[in-house]
Design a protein around this ligand. Structure first.
Ligand code: SF4
Length: 444
């Protein structure tokens, strides 16, 4: 039995991968500890999505390598290893093993060969709360991607789409439900392409139907990372019909000017995007639509950027994220002509987020006086002006990326509280409890 500690970098998909590594190690009777210092094995689950993320992963590895104790093992796993595993091993000799993305079994088998360190009693650490004990959990349904976006190296790192069999996903959802999880967030590089490699058409709606029936006690199932061309009327109709699929979708659009989308090798059809959003809003009138954009893509002109701004205003997205284009050396876009100056990118990012914030403020204001269901994530008391506040989310907020509900009173994590919105901010809202654990209405 070895004590392991996992450092997770990157996005929600990596969080899901780390949980998977934890389960494989747990099945081998290994035991998670909260601090690297107390671990026999430190695992860094890296991210390689953009150069800044790669840098953060490398810095973390180097820092942990420098603090490594005699006999301790340092393992590197995840996205970065696909393209840079050998390089990392050569540059950081303290690394004991490198495992490619998704090589859970390899890590598990390797861990069985490790002799635990002899630690004195004071250094022994308490196990971390199981990931599944949190109210919300990520469930990765597929990995890899078939799209050719010029700024992205995911297909190079993770390969083409490969979907998990529905039976495995359902077993995992049942395990999470049994552990008390109240929200399951489905993640993938492109969740809406689920099942295509298994010969399915509209695989995601079919999977949602099975999941909804398999875990009726999980009030919220949420879909992240949809791809514009893959959101079908059947998906909208299925989401609207299933009682525990929240009316929320995250569709990264990346840009709105068709000329930029063409250069990005993304679907360059804003009419189709408008129709898709209309279909979703018609099927689920309260749906919260989240999207993300990239500004400062090579060659982006002021006119193209203005087109994007106008689109953000017109579409009134509930949630918007905006990144500046970050060239990844292995991607075609990094070598495209007319790279945009950093200060221009940052200025455009600021301008876009100002518009997004105005829209979000208006949409939030419409909630004033309305009742919503709040999933409590952290219990009070957090004293704000003497009042106890619990932090939670409504169906409109995905974990980690969207707004929060500041709920008056102290409630335990995992509780659903029916609450009335009494104040609205740009992204967050303040709410007063009306009823605890009332029948959860996903319409909020
Ligand atoms: S759809 Fe997403 S993951 Fe796939 S290539 Fe494009 S940006 Fe990368």
């Amino acid at each position: 039995m070895v004590r392991y500690h996992i450092v997770t970098l990157g996005c929600a998909k990596n969080v899901a991968d780390s949980e998977r590594i934890g389960r494989v190690l747990g099945a081998g009777a290994h035991h998670e500890v909260a601090a690297p210092d107390a671990a026999d094995v430190i695992i860094v689950n890296t991210c390689g999505f953009i150069d800044a993320a790669k840098e953060e992963s490398v810095d973390t590895i180097v820092e942990l390598a420098a603090g490594k104790r005699a006999g301790q093992r340092l393992v590197v796993a995840g996205c970065l290893t696909a393209l840079h595993g050998a390089e990392l091993r050569a540059d950081v000799p303290e690394i004991d093993a490198v495992f490619g993305a998704e090589d859970w079994a390899g890590i598990g088998a390797w861990a069985q060969t490790i002799e635990p360190l002899r630690l004195d009693a004071q250094r022994y650490d308490v196990p971390e709360t199981s990931a599944a004990a949190r109210p919300s959990a990520y469930l990765k349904i597929s990995d890899g991607c078939n799209a050719p976006c010029t700024f992205c190296i995911i297909p190079k790192m993770k390969g083409r789409l490969h979907s998990a069999p529905a039976g495995d996903i359902i077993a995992e959802a049942r395990r999470l439900a049994a552990a008390g999880v109240r929200e399951i967030v489905l993640v993938a590089q492109d969740s809406t392409d689920y099942g295509r490699d298994l010969g399915q058409i509209d695989g995601l709606p079919a999977l949602l139907e099975q999941l909804s029936a398999a875990v009726p006690g999980v009030p919220w199932l949420r879909v992240m990372y949809a791809y514009p061309g893959h959101v079908t009327p059947r998906l909208a109709e299925t989401m609207a019909r299933l009682p525990n699929v929240v009316p929320y979708i995250d569709v990264p659009l990346q840009h709105a000017a068709e000329s930029v989308l063409r250069r990005m090798k993304r679907p360059a059809n804003t009419r189709m995007v408008r129709e898709m959003i209309d279909t979703l809003r018609a099927a689920m009138p309260g749906i919260a639509v989240r999207t993300t954009f990239i500004v400062g893509y090579p060659g982006e002109t002021e006119d193209e950027f203005r087109e994007l701004l106008a689109f953000v205003r017109e579409m009134a997205f509930d949630r918007v994220g905006c990144f500046t284009f970050s060239p990844q050396s292995e991607s075609p876009a990094a070598h495209a002509p007319d790279q945009v100056a950093e200060r221009v990118k940052r200025r455009r990012q600021r301008r876009l987020m100002e518009v997004a914030q105005q829209v979000s403020t208006i949409r939030n204001r419409a909630l004033l006086g309305r009742e919503i269901d709040v999933l409590v994530e952290s219990a009070g008391p957090e004293r704000t002006g003497g009042a106890e506040i619990s932090i939670g989310r409504s169906y409109r907020d995905a974990p980690e990326v969207d707004g929060l509900v500041l709920l008056r009173g102290a409630f335990p994590p995992g509780a659903f509280v029916r609450a009335r919105v009494t104040e609205t901010l740009a992204y967050d809202v303040v709410a007063e409890p009306v009823d605890v654990e009332a029948a959860v209405s996903r319409r909020g």
